[in-house]
Write a new protein. Structure first.
Length: 239
């Protein structure tokens, strides 16, 4: 790949921020890091190609990646964004089947990878890590269930509302106590996650702004009324 490069500086070859490995001792994480293949990618580069037979498991050391599927018409459907400390590629490593999705970098990103054989050795030797993998897979199933429900029962406008509500859960708080989503969500990214168009996302955000539910600041989309946004989603979901 054009922008792919090796990470040679030992100071950057650390897995201390990887949540999956937090049960390991510092020495054990160093030993895993020493086995890894380290690579740095530029924004927008592909790390995994859907339907490929590769089985490596990747740890996101810095930056972020997006898990995507493309329709026959070329439309992008974003399944997940995985930030520093996350992991991806474990499904193919575990079941031996082709990759279920493509993975692209969002910004400049550093990843460390293990072969599936090395990953299996790690799981066999450290039950706490194996349990963490099972918990992550359970979370993937729950998230997918919610996504299927939303796509089946919610209109496009309501899916945008639900996506914004999800983003508030990891947002920081302003001095006034409002949820600040930063950086400001890109319309095309929201559209890819909820299977709609950028124009629909823009229209929904403008409507929420007129209703004083959101406000666009210089560096953040501020949700002024999370409770009202939640009610709008729950009313349609029937929760």
């Amino acid at each position: 790949m054009l922008g792919e490069s090796m990470v040679t500086d030992a100071a950057y070859r650390t897995l201390d921020g990887v949540k999956l490995l937090e049960s390991l001792s510092p020495a054990e994480r160093e030993a895993v890091a020493a086995q890894c293949r380290w690579r740095r990618y530029l924004p927008g580069e592909q790390i995994i190609d859907r339907q490929s037979d590769s089985r490596d498991v990747f740890f996101v050391v810095s930056g972020a990646v997006r898990v995507v599927i493309y329709s026959l018409s070329g439309r992008e459907v974003a399944l997940d964004d995985i930030h520093a400390g996350g992991v991806f590629g474990e499904l193919a490593a575990l079941d031996g089947n082709p990759r279920s999705a493509s993975v692209m970098t969002v910004g400049e990103t550093t990843v460390a990878s293990l072969t599936h054989e090395q990953f299996f050795t790690l799981l066999r030797g450290h039950p706490d890590v194996a349990l963490a993998v099972m918990q992550r897979l359970a979370n993937i199933v729950r998230t997918a269930t919610t996504r299927i429900l939303d796509l089946s029962t919610l209109g496009a406008n309501n899916r945008v509302h639900a996506d914004l509500l999800q983003l508030t859960r990891s947002a920081s708080l302003t001095p006034e106590g409002f949820a600040a989503i930063s950086p400001i969500p890109v319309h095309s990214d929201i559209a890819a996650r909820v299977s709609t168009t950028r124009e629909t996302v823009a229209r929904v955000l403008n409507d929420l702004s007129r209703k004083k539910i959101v406000r666009r600041d210089q560096n953040a989309l501020v949700v002024l009324d999370v409770e009202r946004l939640s009610e709008m989603v729950e009313e349609v979901r029937g929760e």
